[in-house]
Design a protein around this ligand. Structure first.
Ligand code: HEC
Ligand SMILES: [Cu+2]
Length: 478
């Protein structure tokens, strides 16, 4: 009796272990399963970013024929900046490929006869040596072919893996392939394709003309450009992504690298769902998701209120100074409960604030100042406010902040300086032959402070001199 009891006791944990093991192996079946029999074939529809081929409704595996062509091509990295990109299909990122788990993919890589170099492709969706790289090494004017079964569902990067690999990737040789799970992804209203990449050019950000690849900057992982979809502005203004209030949006986001991890974020949205790293786990309520070079993420959210939602790499200088910025424009009905907009803007004075309200410079608004006093106060104000954008030397930053040095924008009418400070400035302008289209916020400064900083600007940075006083500011504020 005692023996049987002991036996049962020793069997129970064993049974538990077996149960767990069988549950696990059940789980495994949906991941990397045995190929289904293939009886049909089709030619894959490929799309350029930000478009995505339609969802796969098929309930069986098929032979998917994928044709992709390598094209070396001069294109714009930014308006006025050219670069010799190497592409899969003629754009960066390369064309989006969509297949179903279990599909047999017959892959044809063609290398345009005009290419200078051989190329190949490593698809992260491939199980097999090099992800297909060895089998697809393709000379200019050649076509190679290999087949693979898409065993694992997920969103995968593909890239060129021809030496020097880093350089091929840095020139734009990456794109994405989605292996839809057998039962498909849940239906959404809009799907978009966005890939981040970093670029290394001899000239700095915005330097015009044809730019060469800079190996040293690449080795230091110090890019001049970090962009979505191959170009500064690929997803802004007329190229913005568009959705309507109430629609669900899915972003297939990849990172081609080659150097930087992306901290992908959409300003003003929270991802309801994220498939981290493009795999099968579902995470919820995410603000920022990390996407490694050679990796991806699927993010989903519902557009609840209208407005512009800004896609960024939240390593934020990359967004505002290197190009990693896109816009999703959501149109439709306001919902003031979810988001009210500004409800009020009233005077705020902390206790004792009456005396301390202008900490940047001790200026009594009523008291007239001498020119020398203005220059001293103006210098301090410039160094605490204006320099952040126009730079300490007043030279500004190309394509972002206009120069105050020798500015022909206000030379013939210096009152523009005061108007710019009191009202702010936005919209396209040309300063010394260069175009700018930014936003200068209006500055909350006293009349004397504005008169001082404007006088300082006029008497520095090679400008022609002059003087303003508080009365000018009062008149121009209107
Ligand atoms: C947050 C960044 C920022 C700050 C701070 C800033 N500006 Fe500007 N400023 C700009 C931008 C951007 C423009 C161009 C706006 C456009 O493109 O329409 C501009 C334009 C100007 C212009 C006209 C164009 C030119 O170059 O002559 C003047 C003058 C000017 N700013 C002066 C100032 C002064 C003085 C201060 C400090 C009190 C200041 N700005 C602070 C961003 C800034
Ligand atoms: Cu290549």
């Amino acid at each position: 009796m005692k023996y049987i009891y002991k036996l049962i006791r020793s069997i129970i944990p064993l049974a538990v272990v077996l149960l767990i093991a069988s549950a696990c192996s059940n789980d495994r079946q949906s991941v990397g399963s045995i190929p289904e029999a293939i009886t049909s074939e089709e030619v894959a529809v490929l799309t350029f970013a930000p478009d995505v081929p339609p969802p796969i409704k098929r309930k069986h595996a098929t032979k998917m024929i994928v044709n992709l062509e390598v094209i070396e091509k001069e294109m714009e990295m930014m308006d006025g900046v050219k670069y010799n990109f190497w592409t899969f299909g003629g754009q960066v990122p390369g064309k989006f490929i969509r297949v179903r788990e279990g599909d047999l993919v017959e892959f044809h890589l063609k290398n345009d006869p005009s290419s200078k170099l051989p190329h190949n492709i490593d698809l992260h969706a491939v199980t097999g040596p090099g992800g297909g790289a060895v089998s697809t090494f393709t000379a200019p004017g050649h076509e190679t072919q290999f087949s693979f079964t898409a065993l694992n569902p997920g969103l995968f990067i593909y890239h060129c893996a021809t030496a020097p690999v880093g350089m091929h990737i840095a020139n734009g040789m990456y794109g994405m392939i989605l292996v839809e799970p057998k039962d498909g992804l849940p239906a959404v209203d809009k799907e978009f394709y966005v890939v981040q990449g970093d670029f290394y050019t001899k000239g700095g950000y915005g330097e015009s003309g044809l730019q060469q690849f800079d190996m040293e900057k690449a080795l230091n992982e110090n890019p001049d450009y970090v962009v979505f979809n191959g170009k500064v502005g690929a997803l802004t203004e007329a190229n913005s992504l568009k959705a309507n209030v109430g629609e669900t949006v899915r972003l297939f986001v990849g990172n081609g690298g080659p150097g930087l991890v992306s901290s992908f974020h959409v300003i003003g949205e929270i991802f309801d769902n994220v498939y981290p790293e493009g795999g099968s786990t579902l995470n919820h309520n995410i603000q920022t998701t990390l996407i490694p070079p050679g990796g991806s993420a699927i993010t989903e959210f519902k557009s609840d209120v209208p407005g512009n939602y800004i896609l960024v790499d939240h390593a934020i200088f990359r967004a505002f100074n290197k190009g990693a910025l896109g816009i999703l424009k959501v149109d439709g009905q306001d919902n003031k409960t979810i988001y009210s907009g500004q409800q009020d803007d009233r005077i705020y004075q902390p206790e004792g604030g009456a005396i301390q309200s202008m900490p940047t410079a001790d200026v009594e608004t009523a008291k007239p100042l001498t020119k020398d006093e203005k220059l001293v106060i103006g210098k301090a104000l410039y160094a605490s406010i204006c320099f952040a954008c126009h730079q300490a030397d007043g030279k500004g930053i190309e394509k972002a902040f206009p120069p105050l040095v020798n500015s022909d924008y206000f030379a013939s009418n210096p009152e523009i300086i005061i108007q710019t400070i009191t009202h702010g400035l936005t919209g396209p302008i040309t300063v010394n032959g260069k175009k700018f289209d930014g936003v200068m916020p209006k500055q909350s400064l006293s009349d004397n402070q504005i008169a001082s900083v404007a006088t300082y600007v006029l008497n520095n940075f090679g400008n022609k001199g002059g003087e303003f006083d508080a009365a000018d500011v009062v008149r121009l504020r209107k």
